[in-house]
Write a protein that binds this ligand. Structure first.
Ligand code: 6PG
Length: 245
């Protein structure tokens, strides 16, 4: 499903609403909501909206378990830290216990850190991880989480996590095997700089080695939320725009 929204704010509002709705459904059905957060800059506003009323009171934060889809191996205080960004915009502002937060920590080598996070996922889910919601972004080169074009991590079908070196930094990422077992995978895509790649990923031929975001085909629902700038080059997709500014 592709939702096209007038601007960044209305796309963020739709993303935050979807997070809250999926959490309500998961908690009603299974008593817990497990999510993997994305990093980068795009989700900042959606996270802030979740930390503000009315959504803050809609989500049963004591039943939320927070993981990450990927992390850059940088200190927590670095502006590049995905954990740091999520703590600043969301996690420090809602009643979520520290024991419900499962960050990717690069305390050891990237390889060992990836293996350790894989073990944490296996232990928590008692087997293959099944997230209720994996939030994702789209890089201008077609990457998502830290699944970058041409990376060996794209071929990783056995393990839940992988370490990669990309854009000048070591990273740990969950693999497409994990993302594709999710009940919902939600991409948030904003800005004219993403227009060309969004068109290639959604409307172009299947080239996952060059366009890793195409690997994401969850057993559950796939949602693309884009603002009108990011969606401006789409031709084959229905383009009704929703959301006020
Ligand atoms: C990361 C990400 C990454 C991100 C995209 C989009 O840690 O780098 O999780 O996959 O979502 O690069 O980033 P922006 O939202 O900053 O454009």
């Amino acid at each position: 499903m592709i939702g096209i929204y007038r601007d960044y704010e209305s796309m963020s509002r739709a993303g935050a609403d979807l997070f809250a709705d999926i959490s309500l459904q998961a908690i009603k059905e299974r008593g817990v909501f497990c999510t993997a957060l994305s990093g980068g800059t795009t989700p900042r506003l959606a996270y802030s909206m979740l930390a503000s009323e009315p959504l803050r009171s809609m989500v049963a934060w004591d039943k939320v378990q927070v993981f990450w889809g990927d992390e850059r191996c940088v200190p927590l205080g670095s502006p590049m830290s995905n954990e740091g960004m999520a703590r600043e915009t969301l996690l420090s502002r809602v009643p979520l216990k520290e024991s419900n937060i499962h960050p990717i920590r690069c305390a050891q080598s990237p390889e060992k850190s990836a293996a350790e996070y894989g073990t944490e996922l296996t232990d928590f889910f008692a087997g293959d991880p099944v997230f209720d919601l994996v939030l994702l972004g789209l890089g201008e080169n077609g990457h998502t989480a830290s699944l970058f074009p041409g990376s060996p991590a794209l071929q990783e079908k056995k393990h839940f996590t992988a370490s990669v070196f990309a854009s000048g930094v070591y990273r740990v990422t969950i693999t497409s095997r994990v993302i594709n077992r999710a009940r919902h995978a939600v991409f948030l895509v904003s800005g004219v700089s993403k227009a060309r790649i969004l068109k290639e990923v959604i409307e172009g031929g299947y080239e996952p080695n060059r366009l890793p975001a195409q690997l994401i085909k969850p057993v559950g629902e796939l949602h693309w939320l884009a603002d009108s700038e990011a969606a401006s080059l789409l031709e084959k997709t229905k383009k009704s725009v929703s959301g006020g500014s």
